[in-house]
Write a protein of this length. Sequence first.
Length: 229
Amino acid sequence: MIQPNIRPHPKFVNVFISGSSEKLKLYTKNLDKGKLIYGEKIILKMDEEFRLWDPYRSKLAALILKGSQKIYLERKTTCLYLGTSTGTTISHISDIVSNGLIFGVEISERSLRQLIQNTSSRKNIIPILGNALNPQEYSMLIYKPVDLIYQDVSHPDQANIAIRNANLYLKEGGMIILFIKSQSIKSTVKSEEIFKNELNTLKSANLKVLEKINIDSYAGGHLGVILEK
Ligand SMILES: C[S@@+](CC[C@H](N)C(=O)[O-])C[C@H]1O[C@@H](n2cnc3c(N)ncnc32)[C@H](O)[C@@H]1O
């Protein structure tokens, strides 16, 4: 079988690509060799494992494929991840921030248990059982300010969750990557209206919108937003 030509992403550190620009595939280099998280395909190359990053399973991959220019993820980034679920996206972020740290908050005990099983040998993930709407709950565990908040929670109060966590834990000049799902807010109101209201709430809390990208073709009804504190 022909091996895909895996090469570094021209913009994002520790993200890899194969294929032409019309059929681009994304990968991250497996930090936890031999372990898969969600049945993702692995490509072996020069003693390394490249995990195929599925944009239909991970909204961050969708945001990159949709052309985001503002995603901030470096090897040493410290991140607060809200809504980890069982570990699909956080595991790819863990591959990327290989010398950094991720505090991962999840409200569901069952999902958190699975997250721990999936990622226990990853040294850069700290799993936290908590409600992202009440960020003081986990203040004992977040022992330093973060460079980035990544938020993907299915909750009607998405803007307020971002604001409360940014006020407590995000450095000045730090970034937020936030996914707003219109259906989690109100199914009777038009998506555009919901997005506008949430963005206004975020702006009124002094968060500057750097980028807005509709990722509907990968994740129905979702808008990806990147903000700066
Ligand atoms: C869409 S899933 C996250 C998928 C995950 N980000 C990924 O890409 O792999 C949303 C998650 O948010 C969690 N969640 C919902 N409300 C929450 C809250 N208030 N605090 C923390 N997590 C919450 C849910 O339990 C669920 O696991």
